[in-house]
Design a binder for this molecule. Structure first.
Ligand code: BES
Ligand code: MG
Ligand code: ZN
Length: 486
């Protein structure tokens, strides 16, 4: 992991020195001269590197852009963009004072952006490992006056980044390595040492609880299904006794089952556990920074495979809630595992609010692409607004989606209480949400986040490497900060 340090004095020898300035700032004579020599303006996220200076082997000029546009988000973006413009193992960043900004916080935000963007998953690269490791950026030192403020702000951010990296690692991991049992074990190994209570249910235990909806999804697989339940009691004396609950879809591989998916692109379905990944990453962040909040979480883990034991289209199962489900399409499996996890959480914790995260439907990609998760709710509109705002602040975007009784009616079954797909091909994300809502008790506040477009991004952006995004970790962390720890 990229090492971040803050120092009030310039190190003796500097290989790469990054000098940031705003484009409308009065520059020092030296900076002005070097910018002019290479025809550089300090526009936002623009960089220019040149060699040979008294101060360092390489000097990188970095643009902060218009001072008026600088805020938490832009500082983070600039830090993130910087990573792509640095070569070598170590860099020193000099931060000048910008009026009206807490430069300690600004440095911490830039460091957070740099850290998050420096991530790569190279666990399975054996060949060029040494060569690539050499090229990798290993340390950034920020030189500024107020190191105390920078360190204070960065302490929490680093814990959140560790949560994001945990999620990304899990999402990248291929399904032959990450299956329900190995996933559960990894969660316990990561979270228990931080003080999170972790309970793992195996199939026999879930059978006793009547989780036949969840079990029906994994029954075609050689890998045993699991559920992991987590508790973080960061505010033991809090008057709000009811916890917030997170629930995550954890399909470690989704072939579609007997309703088999086409081969092209099926490899993407290794990240059909992105919701569960986000939930455990958020728990790691909260526990890591010792959040003063009581949060419980459950992840429903199964592998959806076709086999002679697999669920057939038309099968009817009884869920933990007692409701019967007609499974018309075995590829609509996320909702089946979530149904029992939602029931379990309501029965055991009576949460103040439940937020579920799931790579649930391809249809949400049609609606919102890779830019927003869709948020569905019946009575928790205020919490959706709060999530939307929290997400905006940290770059995990959320957009509200509608729910209506018409879509609910479409989930009535001819043979059972509910069917797992509607007979209409439209509004696929909304009918999925309607199915989930059948498993939410009257008066229970609940938000469903469809993150199918967010867990994985096929292309790198300025602020994120391509692949696993870690979406949801910062969103949930920020939501808890805003609503519970305020
Ligand atoms: N895991 C998929 C949803 C998905 C699609 C996630 C693309 C990420 C990218 C889910 O289990 C699924 O197969 N959903 C079906 C539902 C349909 C059968 C009603 C879908 O979206 O097509
Ligand atoms: Mg599916
Ligand atoms: Zn799925």
């Amino acid at each position: 992991m990229l090492k971040i340090t803050f120092s009030s004095s310039m190190p003796k020898t500097v290989k790469t020195l990054v000098l940031f300035a705003a484009d409308d700032k009065k520059l020092s004579a030296e900076l002005k001269a070097s910018a002019k020599a290479v025809d550089f303006e300090f526009k936002k996220k623009k960089f220019h590197s040149h060699t040979g200076s008294k101060q360092a082997d390489t000097v990188v000029l970095g643009g902060l852009g218009d001072v008026k546009d600088l805020n938490d988000k832009t500082f983070e973006e600039i830090g993130s963009a910087m990573v792509q413009n640095l070569k070598g193992e170590k860099a020193v960043v000099e931060l000048d004072v910008i009026a009206k900004h807490d430069m300690g916080k600004a440095a911490a935000l830039m460091a957070m952006g740099a850290l998050l963007n420096s991530y790569s998953f190279d666990k399975y690269k054996t060949k060029d490992k040494k060569k690539n490791d050499k090229k990798k950026l290993k340390e950034i030192t920020f030189v500024l006056k107020d190191t105390a403020s920078a360190k204070k702000h960065f302490a929490d951010m680093q814990k959140i980044a560790e949560g994001v990296f945990f999620t990304r690692d899990l999402v990248w991991e291929p399904a032959n390595e990450l299956y329900p049992e190995s996933f559960a074990k990894r969660v316990k190994a990561e979270l228990a040492p931080l003080g999170v209570k972790v309970k793992i249910l195996n199939e026999a235990q879930m059978q006793k609880l009547g989780m036949w909806s969840l079990l029906s999804v994994g029954q075609g697989s050689a890998r045993e299904s699991h559920m992991v339940i987590m508790e973080w009691n960061g505010a033991p004396k809090s008057k709000k006794t009811k916890p917030v609950a997170f629930v995550g879809k954890g399909i470690t591989f989704d072939t579609g089952g007997i309703s088999l998916k086409p081969g092209a692109g099926m490899w993407d379905m290794k990240w059909d556990m992105g919701g569960a990944g986000a939930v455990v990453g958020a728990m790691k962040a909260l526990a890591g920074r010792k959040a003063k909040a009581n949060v419980v979480a459950a992840i429903a883990l199964a592998e959806n495979m076709p086999s002679d034991r697999a669920t057939r289209p038309g099968d009817v199962v009884t869920s933990m809630s007692g409701q019967t489900i007609e499974i018309l399409n075995t590829d609509a499996e996320g909702r089946l595992v979530l149904a029992d996890a939602l029931t379990y959480m309501q029965k055991n914790y009576k949460p103040e609010l439940i937020i579920d995260l799931a790579t649930l439907t391809g249809a949400i990609l049609v609606a919102l692409g890779h830019e927003f998760a869709g948020a569905f709710t019946k009575i928790a509109e205020d919490d959706v607004k709060e999530l939307q705002c929290a997400g905006h602040g940290v770059g995990d975007m959320v957009w509200p989606m509608p729910m209506t009784d018409e879509w609910d009616k479409m989930m009535d079954s001819d043979i059972a209480d509910v069917r797992n797909i509607s007979m209409d091909k439209w509004a696929g994300s909304a009918t999925a949400a309607a199915f989930l809502s059948r498993f939410i008790d009257e008066g229970q506040k609940w938000v469903h986040l469809d993150i199918a477009g967010m867990a994985w991004k096929p292309k790198a952006t300025d602020s994120r490497p391509k692949g696993a995004t870690g979406y949801g970790v910062r969103l949930l962390d920020q939501f808890i900060r805003q609503t519970i720890e305020k």
